[in-house]
Write a protein that binds this ligand. Structure first.
Ligand SMILES: *Cc1c(COP(=O)(O)O)cnc(C)c1O
Length: 487
């Protein structure tokens, strides 16, 4: 399997190169040159445990790695950092099935891919005979940052530098990042929003002078953001797994169609669902669920992407995004790999902030729906579901659930992307547990209120010493990195 750039089909690279580079030199994203169709394997796969299934899926795309190497990577990635009896759990009522993807080291779904990525990179480096020191440069809306820091913690030869929006992350997310322990990691608060951070990081990847400067010190940049194909492919696994779990508990039979609802920001998680459908998993509709940053809702309903709008800080901060990177990959697939078209749309987005699909292309976007919700609606729904079902959703998952309710037909899998304890302030407010403004005390209040304990990684977080406290202006990102790396 080779990988091509969304903006230039003639740029063909191996899996290891795609994983190490993160982004293609023309600014495009890597996509597999074809999608394996494995419908006839569903029967064999349905009883596999998570790790074995992961190896099967990864082997289809990353066939450059040996099966033994994949087994070892997957085993290490999902070992002690994950809750073992429910690495990925399913919670169901009525036709709703919550695929809980947050039982990893940072209590959000990004752990599923980011615990594996360092091993994929390491193996890719071996195959490429590349021993340079890798600088993992990451922009985060709150969850990627800590998951990358955890995933790469103390793994050599990596350094991780994370930029997070100073006022755009929850207190728990912030404390998770600044109390980090790895001696190869750096966290920087950016005076800007997530789009500023992501944009700044993308610029640095395209900065040739910077590349040369780093090379002189035997260093090279890599990306842990979901633009990296090594993030995307591991996320396909859990949609298969979730579907098979629904069979196991008798919600569906093999071959029945389900819908999938995904609370969406950078469009990575939902794109993995799209790929699993293209591979033959019986999915009917994909539902793209957003908060009041409704740029994707408008795009899917009207065919116009317009990033020129107010940016809202919402109760679901991990989805506060206006430029959704992975949509470029979706455009690649729906346009049947039209690189010239994708490049022109992306150029339009860069220069004017807008692009518009032709009617013909818009028609290709079938079986995808989109909805968005206000903060009030999200909080009300958390309370309603808790009162009725005694099931506590976090703010992001609640958006996925709201969107899942819009359509009253198929059994539906909802990507449950974070533990409710990760966004305690908002979740406690939803349950009317106010009166306490300290999120860390609130974690304890919430534990008591619902009679369940918080994930270990969030307990006593406030007692962990703050190890890092860098901050910078949008224009200083490069200078800050140079200082950290001493180049
Ligand atoms: C990152 C994140 C999302 C959005 O996922 P994308 O792949 O960026 O669309 C949703 N919920 C949570 C909790 C997240 O951390």
């Amino acid at each position: 399997m080779k990988f091509i750039s969304t903006r230039d089909k003639s740029k063909i690279v191996s899996a290891s190169t795609a994983i190490l580079n993160g982004i293609s030199s023309d600014g495009g994203l890597y996509v597999p040159e074809y999608l394996p169709f494995i419908k006839d394997k569903l029967k064999d796969w349905q009883n596999l445990d998570y790790n074995t299934l992961a190896v099967e899926v990864l082997a289809l795309y990353f066939d450059e790695f040996s099966k033994e190497a994949l087994v070892e990577m997957v085993t290490k990635a999902y070992a002690d950092k994950f809750s073992q009896n429910n690495k990925v759990a399913l919670h169901s009522f009525d036709r709703f099935n919550f695929l809980e993807l947050y039982h990893g080291p940072t209590a959000a779904f990004k752990d599923m891919a980011l615990c594996l990525l360092p091993y994929l990179m390491k193996e890719a480096g071996k195959l490429q005979n590349d021993t340079r020191e890798r600088i993992i440069l990451t922009a985060t809306s709150g969850d990627t940052g800590k998951a990358a820091l955890e995933g790469f913690k103390d793994i050599k030869p990596y350094k991780v530098i994370v930029f997070y929006p100073e006022t755009g992350v929850s207190p728990v997310q912030k404390q998770q990042m600044i109390s980090l322990e790895g001696d190869n990691s750096y966290v920087v608060a950016l005076k800007g929003n997530f789009d500023d951070a992501q944009n700044g990081v993308k610029k640095l990847f395209a900065d040739k002078d910077f590349e040369i400067k780093l090379l002189e010190k035997n260093m090279v940049l890599s990306s842990a953001n979901s633009i990296n194909i090594g993030r995307l492919i591991p996320q396909i696994v859990y949609y298969f797994y979730g579907y098979f779990q629904m069979i196991k508990i008798g919600k569906i039979n093999l071959g029945d169609k389900v819908d999938i609802s995904v609370p969406t920001g950078n469009f990575g998680n939902i794109l993995a669902a799209y790929l699993s459908k293209a591979m033959g998993l019986p999915i009917d509709n994909l539902i793209c669920a957003s908060n009041s940053n409704n740029v994707l809702t408008e795009f899917i309903n009207k065919g116009v992407y317009n990033r020129k709008r107010n940016f809202h800080v919402t109760v679901a901060p991990s989805m506060d995004i206006l430029v959704s990177s992975n949509l470029e990959r979706y455009l690649h697939f729906v346009s049947d790999g039209d690189d010239i078209l994708v490049k022109s749309l992306m150029d339009n987005l860069n220069t004017t902030g807008i692009y518009k699909l032709t009617e013909n292309l818009k028609k290709e976007m079938t079986n995808i729906k989109a909805y968005s919700y206000s903060d009030d609606k999200i909080l009300d729904e958390i309370k309603a579901v808790y009162d009725k079902e005694k099931y506590l959703m976090d703010t992001h998952t609640a958006i996925g659930y709201l969107a899942a309710k819009e359509d009253e037909k198929n059994p539906i899998l909802i990507a449950s992307t974070a533990s409710p304890f990760k966004f305690t302030g908002s979740v406690a407010k939803a349950l009317n547990l106010d009166g306490n403004f300290d999120e860390f005390q609130l974690i304890k209040d919430l534990e008591k209120h619902i009679g369940q304990s918080a994930p270990n990684c969030l307990k006593d977080l406030d007692k962990k010493p703050v190890m890092q406290n860098h901050n910078c202006e949008i224009t200083q990102m490069k200078a800050v990195i140079e200082k950290i790396l001493e180049v």
